[in-house]
Design a protein around this ligand. Sequence first.
Ligand SMILES: Nc1ncnc2c1ncn2[C@@H]1O[C@H](COP(=O)(O)OP(=O)(O)O)[C@@H](O)[C@H]1O
Ligand SMILES: [Mg+2]
Length: 433
Amino acid sequence: MAESLPWPGRMGQSRHLHIFDAAPRAELREVTAPQTAPSPDVARPRPQAATLELRSATKRYPGQDEAAVDGLSLTVPAGEICVLVGPSGCGKTTAMRMVNRMIEITEGDILLDDRSVRDRAPAELRREIGYAIQQIGLFPHLTVAANVAVVPRLLGWDRDRIDARVRELLQLVSLDEGTGERYPAQLSGGQRQRVGVARALAADPPLMLMDEPFGAIDPINRERLQNEFLRLQAEIRKTIVFVTHDIDEAIKMGDKIAILQEGGILAQFASPAELLMYPASPFVEDFVGSDRALKRLALQRVRDIDLWKAAVVRAGEPVADVRKKLEDADLDIPLLVDDHGRPKGWLSERGMTGERVREELRSPADPIVELDDILRDALSDLLGSDTRYGPVVDADGRVAGVLSMEALSHALSVPAEHIPTPSELAAATDGDE
Ligand SMILES: Nc1ncnc2c1ncn2[C@@H]1O[C@H](COP(=O)(O)OP(=O)(O)O)[C@@H](O)[C@H]1O
Ligand SMILES: [Mg+2]
């Protein structure tokens, strides 16, 4: 079985330098900027999304000295998720509700595609803006289908169009078609939340407001809903304002994050990576937490970083060839693979004593890391194994490189602007999980 460790590690300083001096990486850009090609989507209808702009939006509740939201200015480009995050009472819900005029603006303005919401009739505005909240607010006496159909019905759609839309939406949020006939009380919390999202999307709104939408869901289902929602968003590309008090949820969901502090004051407005790397104030630093370097690792995938190159060999291969491959590799131990290129383990010296490679392993290929794994999970895998080197495999299980602690630590020095936002991450790897 396995020979004893420790591992000699990477060979030769020069390769090290090659990795650590790598210029700002072209391959990263591919993932970070899923550049919208100039025109292939002319034929397809454009996903409908609006630009949202808050201009010194301020709310003072009657009889209160301090503003609940104080001169809040920010712009959310069409198709992006902006997360409002901050401690309880900092004005998140107030800021969000001023957008659809459930709460009147005291001073300043809010524009939807350059048009002030103050010039719009509140009822019309609310039909145009999707709204999903924690308590979901489904009508208990209506079926799921009827709940989803509320706004289309208000808009006077005909029956066939409504039925088709309801079917499409239930599918979109991963609910069985049969769910439409059931009542909210017959569903789990996670299912009800999906219905809430479907209902908010019913009339294909250009903007969605979501106030702690997954706040009442248990952690496992919450994570599932978050992932589902990010994948959904990669498809529908709505403009979304998402409120949460949970910084981890903000980092996971936001293209941009607005951190509010007590008194409705904007403490920082930045991408998750920027926020974690350059917190603008002690308040932000404290709010994002002392583990912010680890949190950054959740924003990158294994495929985003420079992997080490292993000498990949098969049983029966001439040992002379293996020695040649080793000269070109970052590790001085060959990685034995099967006929399909899938890792079997690290070859021992004994396996190379004859003319041809024999299947003698010093240790198994463990942990095996996937290209789509998030770096934080990959780090955890590495820490949990003896070898500290993880063969990285592609979707077919073939070796694509090796992940080392050094490669991971290098990833922490990548500039924030090269790190993809959560929805870019989701879009870059649709269909995994
Ligand atoms: N209808 C209201 N009348 C008076 N004060 C309110 C009202 N709603 C909220 N507030 C106050 O405004 C501040 C911000 O509240 P809110 O927007 O609900 O914060 P968050 O959603 O961040 O918890 C709090 O101090 C809250 O007590
Ligand atoms: Mg709130």
